[in-house]
Write a protein that binds this ligand. Structure first.
Ligand code: FPP
Length: 247
């Protein structure tokens, strides 16, 4: 990777205006592979390498939270061999990534219904979560079998249970309380949402947390997305004026 370009971009960054929480929809693995006459799974394999690179880059940049959309509740509808490949890639990636999490003091958390994932995936996920739970650096939120509507529904269900059990009054439910019942409230709102591959959609990702997020769409395919692209996205974010509904 051209170090000069990275240094040049890093020098332009305003350390006081870094996005606290970055969320990425990693899209374009299949098209990247097709453009190189490779099978779709090669795109996913290269995509997994980028995950590792971007986790390191974000942590080095002192980003507080990074959410990556690795598998949506809708991705089950893909051909079974592709789903199986993604699951085995996940296991391979997580086993390898643990060393990096330790070295970089990154805490890994997961958003989504992982209970239905294959046992091998659940085991390594839980091992990484457990090993990194006291880490003090960036929080890496891996979204797996995740859906934004499901997350909000789960928060509502939890609040409904508390009301039913007499532990909460209905009139005590407000935005703050709903937000506190999301999967990982400490991640906070997303400041910058990046989607690769030229698609301009939210696709059921972090719907609650994206309410006031800056959206950045790039035509770069995920397997080509490097630290340089991340820096360019952050620089574009820093040029925007965030008004949060004010003037
Ligand atoms: C979209 O590409 C990407 C995904 C289905 C999920 C992201 C998966 C990875 C980055 C690889 C593995 C991840 C980890 C954490 C090991 P696509 O197949 O939808 O691309 P296309 O739209 O070009 O077909």
């Amino acid at each position: 990777m051209p170090k000069v370009k990275i240094t040049e971009l890093e020098q332009q960054l305003d350390p006081l205006k870094l996005p606290r929480h970055i969320a990425i929809i990693m899209d374009g693995n299949g098209r990247w592979a097709k453009s190189k006459h490779l099978p779709r799974i090669s795109g996913h394999a290269m995509g997994a390498k980028r995950v590792s690179e971007i986790v390191t880059a974000a942590s080095d940049l002192d980003i507080k939270s990074l959410s990556l959309y690795a598998f949506s509740t809708e991705n089950w509808s893909r051909p079974q061999p592709e789903v199986s490949f993604l699951m085995s890639l996940l296991v391979k990636y997580l086993k390898k990534e643990l060393k990096n999490l330790i070295r970089k003091d990154v805490k890994m958390v997961v958003s989504g219904h992982i209970e239905v994932l294959p046992a091998a995936a659940k085991n390594v996920i839980n091992q990484n979560i457990e090993t990194s739970k006291n880490h003090q650096g960036m929080v890496f939120n891996l979204c797996l079998n995740y859906g934004g509507r499901q997350e909000i529904t789960d928060a509502c269900l939890e609040l409904a249970k508390q009301v039913k059990a007499g532990k909460l009054n209905v009139d005590e439910i407000d935005e703050h309380r709903v937000g506190q019942h999301l999967y990982h409230p400490a991640l906070g709102d997303v400041d910058l949402m990046i989607r690769t591959s030229g698609e301009e959609r939210i696709s059921n990702f972090l719907l609650w947390q994206l309410a006031y997020s800056e959206l950045y769409f790039t035509s770069v395919m995920w397997p080509d997305f490097t630290k340089i692209d991340l820096l360019e996205a952050i620089l574009a974010y820093q040029k925007r004026e965030r008004r949060f509904g004010g003037i």
